[in-house]
Design a protein around this ligand. Structure first.
Ligand code: DGL
Length: 284
């Protein structure tokens, strides 16, 4: 069990935080679920907004950026790492979990499990960034668990910039979503995996285009269930949060834009966002 999640295990304190990383605000969709399912846990989030999107970048660069985010959070003594980004999970999860001494969880396997649980006709679509779709990670995972499943994938490179610019309620967003997803409308899918953590913010628009007969899968809920199971398994769950145990949010981009989206999405009473720089620390 242990080696499925990390190289080994340091002596972990139950009071340390769970770390979440993403290329920008997308991982907040996973954090939202963590706040709901794990109210006793302290969370630390880092979004690399300054270098978002990761989707069109070469895999080696995404691996390097993911290490930089990971190293930043390791300095905060996190007890578990959630790679709340499909693009980073697809190319960096294996390498990172092989080298860390804390459990590391990605979002692709949980998304796959949730889709297989939901489908009735075994016709599953996957939408994601260019990097995730190119990696074939979802199709491989779906086929390995259920070989008879029909799968089809579509890269949606215009979706992440809409979300990062906080324009997901605009008419432009509606038009882009509808044009991009048109090829999927004829595939007779009953399940569609939102294979990018930014996409749940576009959920109403995507649902509208795909129709109510298509079940949309957001891997956040299933990912957090896995985190919850691991907290129990490794006996590192926190006791109720103390007043001095605050969630922390960091971005490499505009703290103002990040706060606007986080306030709207998370409904937390107060959120302080701190701007940080990445790129100087190299993993060796
Ligand atoms: N939120 C990310 C994902 O789940 C990445 C989006 C991007 O930076 O392109 O894939």
């Amino acid at each position: 069990m242990l080696e499925k999640y990390c190289k080994g295990l340091i002596d972990l304190s139950n009071h340390e935080a769970i770390g979440f990383i993403d290329s920008g605000v997308g991982g907040l969709t996973v954090v939202k679920e963590a706040l709901r399912q794990l109210p006793n846990e302290r969370l630390i989030y880092l979004g690399d907004t300054a270098r978002c999107p990761y989707g069109p970048r070469p895999a080696e660069q995404v691996v390097q950026f993911t290490w930089e985010m990971t190293n930043f959070l390791l300095k905060k003594n996190i007890k578990m790492l959630v790679i709340a980004c499909n693009t980073a999970t697809a190319v960096a999860l294996e390498e990172i979990k092989e080298q860390l001494n804390i459990p590391v969880v990605g979002v692709i396997l949980p998304g796959t499990r949730a889709a297989l649980k939901a489908t009735k006709k075994n016709r599953i679509g996957v939408i994601g960034t260019a990097g995730t779709i190119k990696s074939n990670a979802y199709e491989k995972a779906l086929k390995s668990k259920a070989p008879n499943t029909f799968t089809t994938s579509l890269a949606c490179p215009k979706f992440v910039p809409i979300v990062e610019s906080n324009e997901f309620y605009s008419s432009v967003a509606k038009k882009i979503v509808s044009e991009t997803l048109a090829p999927l409308q004829i595939k007779e899918l009953d399940t569609l995996i939102l294979g990018c953590t930014h996409y749940p913010l576009l959920r109403p628009l995507i649902q509208n285009v795909m129709g109510n007969q298509v079940k949309l899968i957001d891997s956040g809920a299933e990912t957090v269930s896995e985190v919850s199971m691991l907290l129990d398994y490794f006996d590192i769950a926190n006791t109720p949060l103390h007043d001095n145990e605050q969630h922390e949010f960091f971005t490499t981009g505009s703290a103002k834009m990040f706060k606007a989206i986080a306030d709207d999405w998370l409904n937390l009473e107060t959120i302080e966002i701190e701007h940080i720089r990445l790129g100087e620390v190299k993993h060796d």
